[in-house]
Design a binder for this molecule. Structure first.
Ligand code: DX5
Ligand code: ZN
Length: 218
């Protein structure tokens, strides 16, 4: 399967948002990655439903929302109504994760489980079949432009082995500090979806940068 690139709109220029949405629409990216932060689960506040709905109205590719919030189960329906297609919740923020994943699927979205850097993949043992994708955080969630945590590569390798061994079909998404230096190794380790924020929007030619990530395994 070809790698799917998901530009994180947190690093887009909000004063120029329409153009940056169009840029992703016309690129080889497969998803829009939307980072939702509540200032409680993570020490930062990003944006909420008005911006998600603005992006949904103009986006021509599916929206992948990454909830870095406590009690994510409260907002599942609302994100579905806002036009989100992929919804991930943090395992560290979900008391009834099994039920929450079912609710996300029942709402018509793909269900994702996000893991902080310190969280072991063994915590997925009883949940793997309920998830459409696992999001491996390769930085501590909360901010763009952080340094990639190198051990994420072996974590993805081990998760890929676990998925194959179990005959599960979930995809692996990696998020945080992804760039041209680590993308090839991440895909080789088993990553299916590469999230990239500052590397894409901070580059002089974001379209070419997205292309280079899309083609990094070739
Ligand atoms: C971090 C977010 C990431 C972040 C990625 O909490 O989940 O999606 O915006 O930004 P970069 O690619 O700059 O690390
Ligand atoms: Zn994210």
């Amino acid at each position: 399967m070809a790698v799917i690139v998901a530009p994180s709109m947190l690093s887009a220029d909000f004063a120029n948002l329409g153009n940056h949405i169009d840029l992703v629409n016309s690129s080889s990216a497969g998803l829009f990655h939307l980072d939702i932060m509540d200032g409680v689960f993570v020490p930062n506040i990003s944006y909420g439903f008005p911006l998600v709905e603005t992006i949904a109205a103009r986006a021509k590719k599916p929206l992948d929302a990454h909830l870095m919030i406590v009690n994510p189960e409260r907002y599942i329906e609302r994100f579905a109504q806002s036009g989100v297609d992929y919804l991930s919740v943090h395992i560290e923020a979900s008391v009834h994760l099994h039920r929450t994943l079912q609710q996300i699927r029942d709402a018509g979205m793909k269900a994702g489980v996000a893991l902080n850097p310190h969280t072991n993949i063994t915590s997925l043992e009883y949940i793997l079949e309920e998830a459409d994708y696992i999001l491996i955080m390769s930085v501590n969630p909360g901010f763009a432009s952080q340094k990639f945590i190198q051990s994420s590569i072996s974590k993805i390798e081990r998760l890929k082995e676990m998925i194959i061994k179990r005959g599960a079909s979930c995809l692996i998404e990696v998020d945080g500090g992804v760039n041209g230096e680590n993308a090839g190794a991440l895909v080789k380790a088993g990553a299916d979806i590469l999230v990239a924020g500052s590397y894409v929007f901070g580059s002089p030619d974001p379209l070419a940068t997205i292309d280079s990530l899309t083609n990094c395994s070739r």
